[in-house]
Design a protein around this ligand. Structure first.
Ligand SMILES: Cc1ncc(C[n+]2csc(CCOP(=O)(O)OP(=O)(O)O)c2C)c(N)n1
Ligand SMILES: CC(=O)[C@@H](O)[C@H](O)COP(=O)(O)O
Ligand SMILES: [Mg+2]
Length: 616
């Protein structure tokens, strides 16, 4: 490992090729290095997108971490990991930084495949302290307690339940010298909320442990703080003291989200937390959006639904604006509850709300509902409570990679008794289904929407008991029944057209809208076709297609069901369209799948569909 500064023709940052070199840098060069890193981050992230605000706040803190601790011998665990860009720059990934979050490029989060310095790839919040506790236990068992374990967690993530569970264990183990660095910038997306945020603020302004109650010392930690997180030497000195304690320590570091970049520092909604390509001087998006997003369409629809249904209230887990609750918050502020990054609490408090009379709507990213699955099953569904979940970012999301794709909800929720799940194919159906969901009082309902622009309405040509027939092939219309879930209706229609015109295969495209449990009307439709092909933007294992196959099998419908969806795999980051294409879920992929499935099948005589009903 290099330990001296190489070629002076390079910039200082380029010369800091690895943490060993950084540790030899004279302290008086650190401000210059920090400045170079900030300029590098602004240039690169503004050009291609990423987490700008969080990483600008982490520059000096990360420099200090890598100067005091010797990664990878010492462990640095970043919570969520969206704030680990500086860590990446200091561990040999400056050259590849232009590929950040690009297909085949650097991940936007730590990645074990990229570096021995990276430990936690999961971007779900509040896990770092638990990882650290386990790692410290492993070090103790190996007789290596002299190898430091450091968890870096934001003040937002610190409010998550797992973090408290870990604090409870870490504080009770004086022999396990875990160092918890709280990066307190006063924000999650929005300013942090709740009693913990208030307590951190008292510690921040109340003069540290000496002057007031301190939850960390009460739990058994040594507390150092508040520390100026933009003074590398001060942070270094405190981290050295923390390491020397050889016991559980909390280091409370004060930083500014977006530090050094005025558009980030002053952005009212989220300090340019996560951006696409933006103009560096204004922070405004470079490209014009291709149309309203599903999220914004949902937000407006919800405000209207809330006006029509006074019992409707909304719950968010620290992501009010990203889940589209802005319009409802504006119109009905007293009916919107933000519980912080606490999905399990969000779901069960919604169960409490429903028990007390309101109809709660929990707005949450599909991937983050994983964390509250037990709460959905046991606190909501077991009691048949009328809670509506709107899962944003359902299906492939794209640049945030494997722990952000919302690909598990269909498989998980297909098992929940009494739960009904709808997937709107367009915003017209979104409004209709949202109204149906908030009017349903017999148990939980779920709507799932993707991370994409909302597209144009797709009208039905017929309707049968809640199933919208979107396309009826000519000639032999009963070869294939295509059952797309939600917005995949569009590629399904394109595929049906190609199959008809280029291959003479007649397809019916049917959208059940409520996709779980299986709509019984699909049974008679399936019986009238030679093959059923379901298409879902979710893991195919246990999803809608397998539920439909099971339904047909249980009722003696012998039409084979070919379920298309995402593989039971962790999918790398990329662009949503590209990843859907790779999964074969675009029109050409569907055509190929149908041709392969029908290649050996005898296409017998067609049986006419029942007379057309009214389209919705
Ligand atoms: C379980 C979970 N819920 C929500 C999110 C979305 N999310 C990503 S970063 C973030 C804010 C984190 O705030 P903080 O921990 O204070 O870090 P900062 O961005 O301020 O550095 C949220 C809510 C997540 N990653 N994981
Ligand atoms: C790290 C994290 O969980 C979020 O910041 C996420 O990157 C945001 O995703 P969207 O851009 O889809 O809102
Ligand atoms: Mg924060």
């Amino acid at each position: 490992m290099a330990t001296t500064l190489p070629d002076t023709s390079l910039s200082l940052l380029e010369r800091v090729a690895d943490p060993g070199v950084l540790r030899t840098l004279p302290a008086d060069r650190l401000p210059h290095l920090a400045d170079e890193i900030r300029r590098f981050l602004v240039a690169k992230v503004c050009a291609r997108g990423g987490h700008l605000g969080p990483n600008l706040g982490m520059v000096e803190l990360t420099l200090a971490l890598h100067r005091v601790f010797e990664s990878p011998r010492d462990a640095l665990v970043f919570d969520i990991g969206h704030q680990a860009y500086v860590h990446k720059l200091l561990t040999g990934r400056q050259k590849g930084f232009d590929t950040l979050r690009q297909p085949g490029g650097l991940s936007g989060y730590p990645s074990r495949a990229e570096s021995v310095h990276d430990l936690v790839e999961n971007s779900h919040a509040s896990t770092a302290l638990s990882y650290a506790d386990g790692l410290a236990e492993a070090r103790a068992l190996a007789g290596e307690s002299d190898r430091s374990v450091v968890a870096v967690i934001g003040d937002g993530a610190l409010g998550g339940g797992m973090a408290f569970e870990a604090l409870n264990n870490l504080g009770a183990a004086p022999e396990r010298p875990v160092i918890v660095v709280v990066n307190d910038n006063g924000r999650s997306y929005a300013p942090t909320t709740g009693a913990l945020a208030k307590h951190l603020s008292v510690l921040k302004y109340g003069g540290g442990a000496e002057a007031c109650r301190n939850v960390f010392t009460d739990l058994g930690f040594t507390y150092f703080g508040p520390v100026d997180g933009h003074n590398t030497r001060e942070v270094e000195s405190v981290l050295c003291r923390a390491r020397a304690m050889k016991r559980p320590v909390v280091v409370h570091v004060m930083t500014v989200k977006g530090k050094g970049h005025r558009p980030s520092e002053t952005d009212p909604s989220d300090c340019l937390h996560a951006v696409g390509a933006i103009a560096p001087d204004t922070g405004r998006p470079v490209a014009k959006a291709s149309g309203p997003s599903w999220t914004s369409e949902f937000g407006h629809a919800l405000a209207e639904a809330a006006a029509a249904h006074p019992k409707v209230v909304a719950v968010t887990a620290g992501m009010l604006l990203p889940t589209g609750l802005g319009p409802m918050k504006e119109r009905f502020p007293e009916r919107v509850f933000d519980v912080g990054i606490a999905e399990q609490h969000a779901v069960t408090s919604a169960a409490g709300l429903a028990t007390g009379g309101p109809h709660p709507l929990v707005a949450i990213y599909a991937t983050f509902l994983n964390r509250a699955f037990d709460q959905v099953v046991m606190d909501v569904a077991l009691h048949r409570l009328p809670v509506t979940f709107v899962l944003d970012r359902a299906g492939i999301t794209g640049p945030d990679g494997p722990s952000h794709h919302g690909m598990w909800d269909l498989g998980l929720l297909s098992m929940v008794p009494g739960l009904r799940l709808a997937a709107p194919r367009d915003t017209t159906r979104l409004r209709l289904l949202l109204d149906e969901a908030v009017a349903w009082s017999e148990g939980p309902t779920v709507l799932r929407i993707p991370k994409s622009s909302a597209g144009t309405p797709i009208e039905a040509v017929a309707s049968m008991d809640g199933v919208d027939v979107l396309y009826r092939g000519k000639g032999r219309p009963l070869d294939v029944l295509l059952v797309p879930v939600g917005p995949l209706a569009q590629p399904a229609l394109e595929a049906a057209h190609v199959l008809q015109t280029e291959h003479g295969i007649g397809c019916t495209v049917a959208d059940p809208r409520w996709v779980l449990p299986v709509n019984p009307a699909l049974e008679s439709l399936a019986a009238r076709h030679r093959l059923v092909v379901s298409v879902e933007d979710g893991v195919v294992t246990g999803g809608v297609g397998t539920a439909l196959a099971q339904w047909c099998q249980d009722r003696g419908v012998t039409t084979p069901v070919h379920a298309l969806g995402l593989p039971r795999a962790f999918l790398a980051h990329g662009s949503r369209p590209e990843l859907l294409t790779q999964a074969g879920l675009d029109a050409p992929g569907l055509v190929r799948a149908v041709l392969n499935a029908t290649a050996h099948r005898d296409a017998g005589p067609a049986v006419p569909l029942p007379a057309q009903g009214s389209a919705r």
